[in-house]
Ligand binder design. Structure first.
Ligand code: 13P
Length: 284
């Protein structure tokens, strides 16, 4: 199956109250692990590509790996730019073969964020590419994006609703208290914001910083209208732990497959459990 826009599955997700996982792809092992998990769970999924990951892998390899994953998994797969910082990057990704882009203009004043998002939506939609926008600022560290937790601001529901109405994005990431990276304590999610915005707009809400959020909070967010959940750190943690274990136990290992293979296997289990938690299993 070729790469698809998120509109292949997000409207159904909101209607049937499940969420599709965005799993960040950082290298070949991530691509393979996520695709294998999706095949086993018969679940649609989204490959999230940060600008840092795109620089690391290169456009050609990124698109080719995502296409191979879509072909071998047999489920709907969107290749999505995560936290795109500009019109130019979004256009490069669309031209390169991405089926979806996020524009993160959350650090701009509201009117400027709307104006820039609209420009991207106009071109993307003409090309059949879906768009995610962001309102409020999500704290934590995600590659190039570093937002001090104290500087993170929650989304204002009325602004989020107006942002959707004026831009026509296909899903909206709103800052509701989650953060990129692992949590020191438990996150405090503002479910009231999710509920108010979700009731007022037809498209799903996106929850960033999905790693380490307790299962009951994830389930409640989905019931209230979250239809896309982003996960990266948990995969990085289990992959690195597995690699480290092999290297710590054997000073002579030099074949990368001997340590990357266990890293890949560990991620399959994480992704499968997230797909079941999000309810996207058997929704392909
Ligand atoms: P985590 O790394 O906290 O799972 O967040 C991922 C994310 O939101 C990517 O945009």
């Amino acid at each position: 199956m070729p790469l698809v826009s998120m509109n292949e599955f997000l409207p159904k997700a909101k209607e049937k109250r499940f969420a599709v996982g965005q799993f960040n792809m950082n290298n070949l092992e991530f691509a393979q692990a996520i695709a294998q998990a999706a095949k086993e769970e018969n679940s649609p999924f989204i490959f999230g590509i940060s600008e840092g990951a795109l620089r690391y892998m290169g456009m050609e390899y990124t698109v080719a790996m995502a296409e191979a994953a879509a072909k071998t998994s047999g489920v709907p797969v969107a290749l999505h730019l995560d936290h795109g910082s500009s019109f130019d990057v979004a256009m490069q990704c669309i031209r390169g073969g991405f089926s979806s882009v996020m524009f993160d203009g959350s650090h701009y004043p509201f009117e400027e964020n709307v104006r820039l998002t609209k420009e991207i939506v106009k071109v993307a939609h003409a090309m059949g590419v879906s768009v995610e926008g962001e309102l409020g600022t999500i704290g934590g560290v995600e590659d190039d994006l570093v937002v001090d937790e104290a500087a993170a601001t929650l989304a204002k529901p009325e602004e989020a609703i107006r942002y959707y109405e004026e831009t026509g994005v296909d899903c909206v990431a709103i800052a509701v208290g989650t953060a990129h990276g692992m949590y020191k304590g438990e996150p405090r999610i503002h479910f009231d914001i999710i509920e108010e915005v979700s009731k007022a707009i037809p498209v799903p809400i996106v929850l960033h910083g999905g790693s380490g959020v307790p299962d009951d909070m994830i389930q409640r967010s989905i019931e209230l209208g979250v239809g896309k959940i982003n996960v990266n750190t948990e995969n990085q943690v289990v992959c690195t732990a597995a690699v480290r274990e092999v290297l710590n136990n054997d000073d002579n290992v030099i074949d990368p497959r001997k340590y990357l293979g266990p890293g890949r296997e560990a991620m399959v289990e994480v992704v499968r459990s997230k797909m079941r938690l999000f309810g996207s299993n058997n929704q392909a």
